[in-house]
Design a protein around this ligand. Structure first.
Ligand code: NAD
Ligand code: MG
Length: 383
């Protein structure tokens, strides 16, 4: 059997490194065709020497020379910059693109992948938040699948196998509640970066970890689900499930509910997306009922976690509003991570940016780029 040749975009990140682990485990099935990273050139070099990709892209041009000096003698092609990223995903030799860049920066390469009819294993949820309509259209027109990597969406995707013509009544996205689940509003005001970065169940990149603490992550995921599964906002519900064992639930129109369960470990949804439609064996830990004699559920608190409410409002409003929200959130999270603003000020910045940014009921890629830029400027001024 031919090996599936994979482009790992964002290979130095939390998802990227775990994906490489999966590829190593199943080296008879997968091989690495492309690796890309923004700044971590040393890790990118290390990965390239190990996985021997055909081509490597280092986003930050100042690191090009050193990466090229080491890898060119190995016969590995090296490029730099964001345009190179858009070009490499179209390489003939790629069978699948794993989109694991964080933020708006990952959008363009997903568009190019779909245009080149490369199946996309999608971790980068911001892509669907910003441009869900455009991305869904491209996937449809090019008859190219998007397979979700986000654990909740992977769960729903798995629950929908074999249910092709059966209408979904609603879905329940589960949320751990994050590290601040039990903090009072007063305590949330004074939350430090270290506290917010301490996720109870998952180890992830810094941006998504802060998004989890503020519940923006679940808001982004609701919008992601809307586009992936063609749902109306009122078909999407969020339920707090602190153990993160049930990864999400689909309820059909006969009232039946299907859930996907497992230990919280991103390697499972990553492997599922890479191997789809095949389930591959995994040596990772197994769920033991006696370790979790109780699975519990709570209603999300929209007073303490305003971001979740904002995301649902923005989803209703549509147009470029999710793009504006995403941009403001990226700027706000970055500022919080640099101790420039307090935790609740992230919400303030998002709300104000949504008020001030130009509303566009419809748009294509160029409009999203413009709107993203305008929103970032507004958000920066607010800081
Ligand atoms: P991360 O910060 O650990 O890694 C991000 C990767 O993207 C790095 O390889 C980095 O070099 C690259 N990158 C960053 N900025 C870039 C830019 N401007 N241009 C090109 N490349 C750039 O992030 P992560 O936690 O791996 O998350 C990646 C994506 O997957 C995010 O969209 C996140 O929401 C989603 N996701 C992550 C997890 C998780 O467990 N980490 C779970 C579900 C979804
Ligand atoms: Mg998730």
């Amino acid at each position: 059997m031919e090996k599936k040749r994979i482009a790992v975009l964002g290979s130095t990140g939390s998802i990227g490194t775990q994906a490489l682990e999966i590829i190593s485990r199943h080296s008879g099935l997968f091989e690495v065709e492309v690796l890309t990273a923004q700044n971590q050139y040393q890790l990118l070099i290390e990965q390239s020497l190990k996985y021997k990709p055909n081509t490597v892209v280092i986003g930050s041009e100042k690191h090009y020379q050193i990466v090229n000096d080491v890898l060119a003698p190995q016969g590995i092609k090296v490029f730099a910059g964001s345009e190179a990223l858009d070009q490499v995903v179209q390489m003939e030799s790629i069978d699948m693109v794993l989109a694991a860049i964080v933020g708006f920066a990952g959008l363009s390469s997903v568009i190019k992948s779909l245009e080149a009819r490369k199946p996309v294993a999608l971790a980068n949820k911001e892509t669907l938040v910003v441009a869900g309509e455009l991305i869904s259209k491209l996937a449809l027109e090019n008859r190219t699948p998007i397979i979700p990597v986000d654990s909740e969406h992977s769960a729903i995707f798995q629950c929908l196998i074999g249910e092709h013509n059966n209408p979904i009544e609603k879905i329940y996205l589960t949320a751990s509640g994050g590290p601040l689940r039990k903090f009072s509003s007063q305590e949330i005001k004074e939350v430090t970066r270290a506290q917010a970065l301490k996720h109870p169940n998952w180890e992830m990149g810094a941006k998504i970890t802060i998004d989890s603490a503020s519940m923006m992550n679940k808001g982004l995921e609701a919008i992601e689900a809307k586009w992936l599964f063609d749902l109306a906002p009122d078909q999407i519900d969020v339920i707090i499930h602190p153990q993160s064992i049930i990864h999400s639930i689909v309820q059909f129109h006969d009232g039946s509910m299907k859930a996907q369960m497992g230990l919280p470990d991103m390697r499972l949804p990553i492997q599922y997306a890479l191997g789809y439609p095949q389930r591959l064996p995994s040596p990772d830990g197994r769920f033991d009922f006696m370790d979790y004699p109780e699975l519990s559920f709570e209603k999300p608190d929209l007073e303490r976690f305003l971001n979740l409410r904002i995301a649902f409002e923005v989803m209703e409003k549509g147009g470029n509003m999710p793009c504006v929200m995403n941009a403001a959130n990226e700027i706000a999270v970055e500022a919080f991570l640099h101790d420039r603003i307090k935790f609740p000020e992230m919400t303030f910045i998002i709300e104000k940016t949504l008020e001030k940014a130009t509303f566009l009921p419809q748009g294509g890629y160029d409009e999203y780029v413009k709107s993203d830029r305008e929103s970032r400027e507004i958000a920066r001024m607010l800081i």
